[in-house]
Design a protein around this ligand. Sequence first.
Ligand SMILES: *Cc1c(COP(=O)(O)O)cnc(C)c1O
Length: 363
Amino acid sequence: MDINPEELLQQFASDNYAGICPEAWAAMESANRGHATAYGDDAWTARAASAFRDLFETDCELFFVFNGTAANSLALASLCQSYHGVICCDSSHVETDECGAPEFFSNGSKLLVAQGVDGKLRPGAIHELATKRQDIHFPKPRVVTITQPTETGRVYTLDEVKAISAACKAHGLLLHMDGARFANACASVGATAAELTWKSGVDVLCFGGTKNGMAVGEAVLFFDRALATDFDYRCKQAGQLASKMRFLAAPWVGMLESGAWLSNAVHANECAQYFAKRVAGIPNVKVVSPVDANSVFLAAPDEVLEQLRARGWRFYTFIGGAARMMFAWDTDLRRVDALLSDLEDCASSHTGVVGPAVASSVQ
Ligand SMILES: *Cc1c(COP(=O)(O)O)cnc(C)c1O
């Protein structure tokens, strides 16, 4: 099959533009030898589960599903009754990018949206939403969900996660973490997976494999096993029980046993830092948000962004209004340099200055 070589060039629109990392690929290949029992009753699935329990230093219950929307929605649905509410940030993926799946799978649990700062939910906002209405006419708050790192590339520190957890405990709420890029958060904070989750009060984690270097797959980890009751049935009913489960599980074995889950994230984060530092020297372009993980948000005049697109670069501007550059596990610094050089060319030929309206659109 012929593919236009231009199509294969590395882009920074999303970390899910990248392919499969060698460790995940090799494990898939090994899993492709011979037959194995279906529906998760196989050696690869057992080995992946034990690798997760080692990494998280706890005997958690866990499940493998195909994507992040399913992981988040089913996890939240399992924590809620239909009359419950889920407190989340206004920019959260569950609110803005899952097509109502959390409400659908929970049979109507309402997302209770708080205005965030840098995509972060604050303990004060949790307190406000948890106490605003306590009458029977409003959904009863039951869960708080936070995204780590946030959709705007910020990372909750250990203390911030602990403060959120304290607010949850004060109001009898459970804490869910959307960790589509959880590995990037671990790399950024320099904390262990355990410290960043259950040791800081997280009850359920959705750990993203796709953006970390796998073809497909997310893990749902329940640190309190009681919360996982019947989750297997929920997965099956939602069409998320893989019959050839070993192909969802094996890549995790490759990622976790080799340490690629973390080294991939470290590399991606470092590339974001590399890019952001060099953008700082380019006129008419501003990095608008601190770079904690593997994304960099840029404000630049529309004409500059249009020119950059005309040169073949792809990126999104729908998240917070700025241009997002996202660095994946396989980021090639020569491609980053090519982007920087095109950005500099386009921006230096521009005569205007970056308008404050653009620069302030991402807080
Ligand atoms: C990518 C992403 C997900 C998962 O999205 P799917 O397309 O359903 O796999 C979930 N949360 C966040 C914050 C994401 O960036």
